[in-house]
Design a protein around this ligand. Structure first.
Ligand code: ZN
Length: 456
């Protein structure tokens, strides 16, 4: 569906990413193919958790042709000419998916005067930070992300440069600017008039026609998905965290316009009434979902709405509040909402709401979001449920279930490997030792010699 998944674009990636890897010291590279035939790679997996929900399987061989998986079979039949990657000592899983990142721009707390980044930082600085963050994210095993909110289309630039093979990073769905009301969570507040006047180009839109125009504007400049702020938030100045911001009618119009243009809507929503309005309006996911009541949960189940819980963000702002990185109202909001959000998540898990992993990386250090799996398990999910939230379920939320999220024939060869059994110790998903994206090895700690020796 998405432009950047087109076969022609993919071919460009195949040529250029190995070229970049050749200049890296840590990752093995694919040999240049003597003919036009795509390279064959056979990955021997000691244990495979394939992301479909099936039980783990022992001694599987995953055959990869070019950038996609050709077969997944028990035993060790290696096709002629295939390069072998030996992961028999590892558990192999699908590449992880983070459905809520902010790869470009500053990480909260990063640098002096981070709160004034909006008036200090160049758009180019945002994008260049994104290059670093994209690589950290990929090396943590996250091979796809949905980036929900960025300034100046820095996210579009990053997505395009990753896709063109210029920089290494996860495949990205991006939103451009988040859409919000004047003075709301998605606006830039607490400056004197004249500095940040409401502007649909920056995503600030009130009422039916401006909301439609803002959706169209983000899409014109490259948005794959629409992000909106249905309620107040923690890190904004001047708005209570729980209040509803957009009306249900405005949200309905936004969803209608986005749907017409084949885009989905992700709604940031902490407060109960805003959550319900967004769900009724037809958004695809509720981000954070901090204050769920029984009716909100029933509505989400009825509409098939995903919850993207961002437990790491709750944990991070709570810590930042205690440490004084957040001050005043932000601190107050952080300390209030975090424990409530954890209780809401538990309720959602118990009630069987659809849940996709999303961390809100950017509120904390990029590349550490493997911890989200652990927090999901600590707050009520089984390890397998958490793994599925970060693979199959997140793929479905992104509308990419035909391309990513499971290790099955036809999907992109996005694989990660860890030592040990994540079903016993989910924390090991924070220590990913091998990452492949689209058939190209992008991280292989200590595996180069092993893999190379077997291949000869
Ligand atoms: Zn966010």
């Amino acid at each position: 569906m998405m432009r950047w998944l087109s076969p022609t674009g993919s071919a460009a990636l195949l040529v250029s990413v190995p070229a970049i890897l050749a200049s890296m010291t840590t990752a093995p590279t694919l040999d240049a193919a003597p003919t036009q035939e795509p390279p064959l790679v056979a990955v021997r997996a000691g244990t495979l958790i394939d992301g479909t929900g099936r039980e783990p399987a022992k001694n599987m061989t995953i055959v990869i042709e070019g950038e996609r998986i050709r077969s997944v079979e028990p035993g060790g039949a290696i096709p002629r000419g295939a390069r072998v990657i030996d992961l028999t000592g590892y558990t192999v899983l699908p590449g992880f998916i983070d459905a809520h990142t902010h790869l470009t721009g500053r990480t909260i707390g990063e640098g002096e005067n981070w709160e004034n980044a909006a008036v200090r930082d160049l758009p180019q600085e945002d994008a260049i930070r994104g290059v670093r963050n994209a690589r950290l994210t990929l090396e943590a095993g996250f091979t796809s992300v949905r980036n929900v909110g960025a300034e100046d289309f820095s996210d579009v630039a990053l997505r395009n440069m990753i896709h063109a093979g210029v920089v290494l990073g996860p495949r990205m769905l991006v939103s451009g600017h988040s859409l919000g009301i004047t003075g709301g969570h998605c606006d830039t507040n607490a400056y004197r008039p004249g500095l940040f006047e409401p502007d649909i180009a920056r995503g600030i839109a009130d009422g039916a026609d401006p909301v439609r125009a803002a959706v169209r504007y983000q899409i014109k400049y490259g948005a794959d998905v629409i992000k909106t702020c249905a309620t107040g938030g923690v890190l904004s100045e001047g708005d209570p965290v729980g209040v509803q911001q957009y009306t249900e009618e405005e949200l309905r119009i936004m969803v209608e316009e986005a749907t017409k243009l084949e885009r989905r809507v992700a709604a940031h929503a902490h407060g109960t009434e805003g959550i319900k309005a967004a769900v009724r309006a037809g958004v695809t996911s509720i981000e954070h979902g901090s204050m769920l009541d029984d009716e909100a949960i029933a509505l989400m189940k009825e509409h098939g709405t995903y919850l993207v819980p961002t437990l790491m963000a709750g944990e991070a702002v709570e810590r930042q509040g205690r440490e004084g990185i957040l001050k005043g109202l932000r601190r107050e909001k952080a300390l209030t909402i975090a424990p409530i959000a954890r209780r809401s998540f538990r309720k959602a898990v118990e009630s069987g709401v659809k849940i996709a992993l999303g961390s809100d990386a950017g509120v904390f250090q990029h590349g550490t979001q493997g911890r989200e799996f652990l927090l999901m398990v600590e707050n009520g999910m089984t390890p397998m449920q958490a793994i599925l939230a970060g693979t199959r379920e997140a793929a479905a939320l992104l509308g990419m279930e035909h391309d990513v999220g499971t290790v099955e024939p036809g999907k992109y060869a996005d694989l990660v490997a860890v030592r040990g059994d994540p079903l016993r110790d989910i924390a090991i998903l924070q220590r990913v030792e091998f990452v492949m994206k689209s058939g190209v090895v992008v991280k292989a700690r200590g595996l180069e010699q092993e893999g190379a020796a077997r291949a000869r």
